[in-house]
Design a protein. Structure first.
Lengths: 89, 89
């Protein structure tokens, strides 16, 4: 997936080394219908992510681009600290 | 977001016009730690999607690529029929 590597790597020049989580969604429609899907998924996917990592709302960037045939959503999260769900059972 | 357009547009040559939903996740880690995050998110994000559209399991392609510094996940779903949640209230 080198095309992805280059895509995701393009912003890596940040001075502070932090974990980062990026999510890109694209809904490509064969017909002309409007897509509300991306907008619906945005919130729920963020909820899913927040279950697993601590997310500072200030560190979340969301871009949405709704075109006639394709809707796209980009979520960029700066992870303050990697917090894997501790298995202490 | 033209870079996304070109990225997502690259497979559009399928003979049958269908709706398609693509999700790309990348977890970029500043440290050397392993990332289980992507693997965790995969299933839950699919669950979120299935709440909104009918997904044929055969039409879901998942690629995961776990590197030392970045883990990536690509989910590609062919949507059999756009089924927005009908608001019949």
């Amino acid at each position: 997936m080198s095309f992805l590597t280059s895509l995701f790597g393009r912003k890596t020049s940040a001075p502070i080394a932090r974990d980062r989580l990026q999510i890109l969604l694209a809904h490509e429609r064969a017909g002309e219908g409007q897509s509300e899907l991306i907008a619906k998924l945005q919130e729920e996917i963020l909820e899913v992510i927040k279950r697993h990592i601590s997310v500072d709302q200030d560190k979340v960037q969301i871009k949405m681009d709704r075109g006639a045939g394709v809707s796209m959503l980009e979520i960029d999260i700066e992870v303050p600290e990697a917090k894997p769900a501790a298995k202490t059972a």
